[in-house]
Ligand binder design. Sequence first.
Ligand code: NAD
Length: 431
Amino acid sequence: MNSEELKKRIEKRTASVAIVGVGYVGLPLAVEFARSGLKVTGLDVDEGKIRMLRDGKSYIQDVGSETVRELLEKGTFIPETDFRALKNQDVVIICVPTPLRKTREPDLSYIISASEAVAANISSETLVVLESTTYPGTTREILAPELEKQGFRPGEDVFLAFSPERVDPGNKQYGIRNTPKVVGGMDEKSLKMAKELYSAAADEVVCTGSCEEAEMVKLLENTFRAVNIGLINEMAQLCNRFGLDIWRIVKAASSKPFGFMPFYPGPGIGGHCLPTDPQFLAWKAKSSRFYPHFIDHAEEVNRAMPAFVVSRISAALNRRKKSVNGSKILIMGVSYKKNIGDTREAPAYDIAPQLEELGACLNYCDPYVEEFDGIKRVDHKKIDYSEYDCVVIVTDHDDFDYKDMAEKANIIFDCRGVTLELKGKACVERL
Ligand SMILES: NC(=O)c1ccc[n+]([C@@H]2O[C@H](COP(=O)([O-])OP(=O)(O)OC[C@H]3O[C@@H](n4cnc5c(N)ncnc54)[C@H](O)[C@@H]3O)[C@@H](O)[C@H]2O)c1
C-alpha cells in the first residue's frame, strides 16, 4: 500500500485504527471512531481493563456499557493486549498517561514504552498520532526517533502527527464530536491525513503549522486555566481578609459583557491535567533557561488552597467555641470535580489528612467514589446533617440535597459557592 491508498482508506472510512491506551481519553475516542464506521482496536497493557471491555463493561463514566456491547457485537471495536495487533493497522493513536515524577519533572516513560511497542509492530504506510499531553518537541524528539530506530522514515513511509485531547470528562454539552480537534503534522502529508482522520470523529478540525504548535496549544489552554484559577484563589484569600465574599464579587463582575471571563475559587486543583500540564511547560521552559513566573506562582497558590480551607474550617468552628479536635466533620464530594468519580490529585486527599491530624473525626459522602482514604462513607440519600459539627462541600455534585443540608447542618463550609442563594438554619461560611 502507498500513501495515496492510505489517504483514500481514511477518506472512505475503511481504514483500521488502533488506540494505544484505552483510559479516560482513549476509550471515548475509540468509541467515537467505531461509531463513525471505522474498525477500531483498543490496545492496553492493563489486562483487567481489556477483560472488562471484552465482557462488555465500561469503566469510564462517559462511555455506557451498552455502547461497548453494541460495538463489540458489530465487530467495530476489538479490545486487545497483544501489540502484534498493530501490524497492518492504517492508523495508530497513542493515548498513554503523562504524569509528573515526584521531583515534578515530566515522566515520559509511558510515551517511550508505547512508542517502542508501536515502532516494533507497525507496518509501513501507517499514520501514527500522539494524543498524550506533553511539552513541545516530544513528537519530533521522542516518537520520531523510535520509528527511525526500526528503519522507518517519518514523512516518507510512515506519517506522524500530534493532536491534543481536549475532552472534559462529565461535560454533557461538549464531547469529542462538537469540540474542535487541533492537529499538527511532521510534514504536509501527515497533516492532511491526520485532518482527514479526525474529521471522522469531530465536526471541526483546526490545523496548526507543526507538531510543536499543536503540543503547545494544549499547554497554553491548560496553563491559561491553571493561572486564572490561581489568580481567583488568591483573590478569594484577599477578599476573606477584607471581609468580602468572592462569589458575590465574581457574580457582579460577570455582568460585564466584554473583557471579563469568570473563574471561580476552589479547594485546590485536581485531575490528571491542570496540576500537571503547566509543569510540563515550566520544565521545558526552564531547560531552555526561561523562567515562567505565572506558572510557578499559580502552582504555589493553588497548592496552598487545601491548607487555607483547613484554616478556615478551624476558624469557623472556633467562632462557635469548638475545636477541630473532637469535631465530627462530613466531607461532601471527594472527586476532583463535580458529577464524576475521578479522584486523581483531588484536593480532598490533602484536606482530609490535615483535618484528621488536627483530631477531627471524618466521614465522607460521594455517590461516585466507593472508597476514599480509609474514611467511612455515608449514603447521600440517608444523611442526618445535624449529626455533624461541620459539613464541608469540597466537590459540589448535583446529587446532593443542598436544601436539606442548609436546614439541618450546624455549620456548612462551602468551597464551591453553591450556598450563595441558599436559605436555612445552618451557619454558612464560604471560601
Ligand atoms: N483525563 C482527561 O481528562 C484528559 C484530558 C485531556 C488530555 N489528557 C491526556 O491524555 C493522556 C491520557 O490520559 P488518561 O486520562 O486517558 O489516562 P488513563 O490513565 O486513564 O489511561 C491511559 C491508559 O494507558 C494505558 N497504558 C499505559 N502504558 C501503556 C502502554 N505502554 N501501552 C498501552 N497502554 C498503556 C494504561 O493502562 C491506561 O489504561 C495523558 O497525557 C493526559 O494528560 C487527559
